[in-house]
Design a binder for this molecule. Structure first.
Ligand SMILES: Cc1cc2nc3c(=O)[nH]c(=O)nc-3n(C[C@H](O)[C@H](O)[C@H](O)COP(=O)(O)OP(=O)(O)OC[C@H]3O[C@@H](n4cnc5c(N)ncnc54)[C@H](O)[C@@H]3O)c2cc1C
Length: 403
């Protein structure tokens, strides 16, 4: 995409606002390969080879026992899949590892790459629904360094996985549903998967990312990636000179609105007159001639022509009246939900549910447990910052394991 490509109709599917699995990419294909796992052809996926047995500690079922044929599938059935009650320690039937990484976005694969190269043969528990993370639901990524012509999100994630696997990382496609992060008598933390499979590790890196909150109104799903975006930094560029709006009243909404004025005039839509955003941001927006406000307004529907967004219906909650605002693009900035519920309160979280790390490190409050990427980063939330933090988590975990 260049700045000369100003016709939004050309952009259909090119900007990266699609958030739901199954949303169409530019070529009309589903997530690159039409498969549910979003990782290209899944080659190499889910392939804990015989090799992986080396990564397991002696005397235990190795992940080599995991369903090595389960390439690209979500749940790898194992001999102990029925062991759903093994929440805290059944070392004899659990798979044991030196280090397990939970999550397979840029942070997870980068951590796996570093730990793989360091000889730790990490296991990546990739998640069942979106292995590869948020970028598998994206088309062109233009701001990941090293790709002057941009790169398709699923291709980037597939390459990261391949690189990590090349150095000995193995993968299980399932969700962690329960954890015991304090060490058992043998010095292992316990992770129980949705399948019932139990994995134990001396160190754990949490890279489970976060999810954009949705408006849940008609048209939102249909036009995701076709005018509805959740990431101003990612997609603002594609709306140069267009009619755009931001929904929300917090810091992110104001930051997005201010950022987007580089490309176009912006309307900020908020359901009431007061804002949660900090005063400095509100003042900056109020004095910016490129930002207009539609207050006491909630988006009740996103309308379009079948191809792309053409506007929104706004509802005034005070009297129930409605109005229409013509738009080319709508940026939804009503917050993120970090994926931390499965931790059951064992790791210190901030007020918004993000994992708190110790100073500039990736250490959590639990010894041997590290966190990286969006799940521990309420501020930057970019692929490259997640990858960088994944690198730091790997080095922190390595230092812990080598202590
Ligand atoms: C539509 C869209 C477009 C974007 N475009 C860009 C862009 O152009 N450039 C850019 O830099 N950034 C972009 N981003 C942001 C970028 O995708 C994120 O910052 C980045 O993916 C965060 O990486 P992560 O590794 O922290 O987590 P994620 O990528 O969110 O990965 C989290 C992983 O954790 C797994 N997981 C979650 N819970 C569990 C569990 N209980 N058990 C096991 N696994 C679990 C998930 O399956 C997933 O694999 C975009 C985001 C979206 C949604």
């Amino acid at each position: 995409m260049t700045s000369n490509d100003s016709d939004l109709s050309d952009l259909s599917g090119l900007f990266a606002g699609a958030t739901d699995a199954g949303s169409l990419l530019g070529d009309g294909s589903l997530l690159g390969n039409g498969s549910g796992n979003g990782l290209g052809d899944g080659s190499g996926a889910g392939s804990p080879s015989a090799d992986s047995a080396d990564g397991s500690l002696p005397g235990n079922g190795s992940i080599g026992n995991a369903d090595s044929s389960a390439a690209g599938t979500s749940a790898s059935a194992t001999p102990d899949a029925s062991d759903a009650s093994a929440a805290s320690a059944n070392v004899s039937s659990a798979h044991t590892h030196r280090v397990v990484i939970v999550g397979s976005g840029p942070a997870g694969w980068t951590a796996a790459l570093y730990l793989g190269r360091a000889g730790f043969k990490p296991l990546v528990i990739a998640g069942a629904l979106t292995p590869g993370g948020q970028l598998v639901n994206t088309s062109t990524v233009e701001n990941y360094p090293g790709f002057p012509d941009g790169v398709q999100g699923p291709d980037l994630m597939q390459a990261m996985q391949k690189q990590a696997e090349k150095f000995g990382a193995t993968v299980v496609y399932n969700d962690v549903t329960r954890v015991t992060l304090s060490d058992d008598a043998d010095g292992y933390k316990t992770l129980v998967l949705d399948s019932g499979e139990v994995h134990k590790a001396q160190a754990v890196i949490l890279t489970t990312g976060s999810q954009y909150r949705h408006l849940n109104v008609p048209g939102e799903k249909e036009y995701g990636g076709h005018g509805v975006s959740y990431c101003a930094t990612c997609d603002g560029f594609f709306f140069r000179g267009k009619k755009i709006a931001v929904v929300g009243g917090g810091d992110s909404a104001f930051q997005d609105a201010l950022f987007l004025t580089r490309f176009a005039d912006v309307t900020l839509i908020h359901r009431r007159e007061g804002f949660r955003a900090s005063k400095v941001l509100v003042d900056r927006a109020r004095t910016n001639p490129k930002i207009a406000f539609r207050l006491n307004a909630t988006v009740s529907e996103i309308t379009g022509d079948g191809q792309k967004v053409t506007g929104v219906t706004l509802l005034d909650p005070r009297d129930g009246s409605t109005s229409h605002l013509a738009l080319d693009g709508l940026f939804v900035a009503i917050g993120m939900t970090p994926n931390t519920a499965f931790l059951g309160g064992q790791v210190t979280l901030d007020d918004h549910g993000y994992i708190v790390t110790d100073g500039g490190s990736t250490r959590t409050n639990v010894p041997g447990v590290f966190a990286a990427g969006d799940v521990a980063d309420p501020v930057y939330q970019q692929a490259v910052s997640a990858a960088g933090m994944g690198c730091r988590a790997a080095l922190d975990a390595q230092a812990y394991l080598d202590r």
